[in-house]
Design a protein around this ligand. Sequence first.
Ligand code: TYM
Length: 337
Amino acid sequence: TTRVLTGITTSGTPHLGNYAGAIRPSIQASQLPDVDAFYFMADYHALIKCDDPQRVARSRLEIAATWLAAGLDPEKVTFYRQSDIPEIPELCWMLNCVTGKGLMNRAHAYKAAVDQNTAKGAEPDDGVSMGLFSYPVLMAADILMFNAHKVPVGRDQIQHLEMARDIAQRFNHLYGQGSDFFVLPEVQIAEEVATLPGLDGRKMSKSYDNTIPLFEGGAKATRAAVMRIVTDSRQPGEPKDAEGSHLFTLYRAFATPEESAAFRQALEDGLGWGDAKNQLFERIEQELGAMRERYAELIADPARIEDILQAGAEKARRSATPLMQRLREAVGIRSLS
Ligand code: TYM
């Protein structure tokens, strides 16, 4: 059996990048035979960048409803909220104690913050919390707690997975005595998606405010965002550079290779950007349309979602609690039973 695990941070409204990079591949993976899937709302991670409790709670509801609307079967998948599993922060502390500070110094999110400060002439660590600094350790705890083999994520998470492997190896080496505690997790990247670009061509991200929303605001909001995708000024009839346009990259993430080839040809033959946006929207709606109704029902019923998450937490703890017990014994803070 292959264990597949992934999480989404509950700090914003789910967007097309989350869907194509993580939600869609994780649903597909959960439907394969011999797969044991663990999917969760990373709400402890949300506290790193969001101190608005209402936003964290609303985001959790939106992400859970999105996952369920997209076809996650809570009977089959262990579907839970990170903060309902107290073993995760407990493991996080143990991992903190075996993780070199030098390893964390190299983490992209931390380095980006330092670079920004330096460029402004500020102190390098200005505004950097310990949460941000050790973010990859918490993520390693999420993954190692359930001994996941495969982690479906977008490209931006590759470094975090490498760090989780490093940390797992270090722990195994220190305490494993020949029998490893942790599996070394592997990333699973959807190649046709790579990094989904946002409206302006940079990575689609809440922090760049360039996202295309999935369900919030209805088809109208998705359509309005698609119409705001930035293109060059070439007119209808003029040949377009499909490969160089992020509109094409977005299309490719929602189409078969044949459809993408036809779309590229149409652009090279002079399809206008307005028509191209309409076609992209139609393509996206073909996939999302049927899920919209389910999303609306789910988001209107928070009690039902809460029940599902409670049941999921119970299931998750059935494997977290015994592993944690073994780990406590291994490091010597609990006497051997
Ligand atoms: P987060 O919440 O930023 O993003 C959730 C997932 O969406 C993917 N993603 C994208 N994929 C393609 N193109 C994009 N533009 C794009 N934007 C986001 C992300 O790669 C991610 O897979 N640290 C994680 C959450 C997390 C986690 C974990 C993931 C916490 N613990 C354990 C896996 C395993 C994060 O902040 O993702």
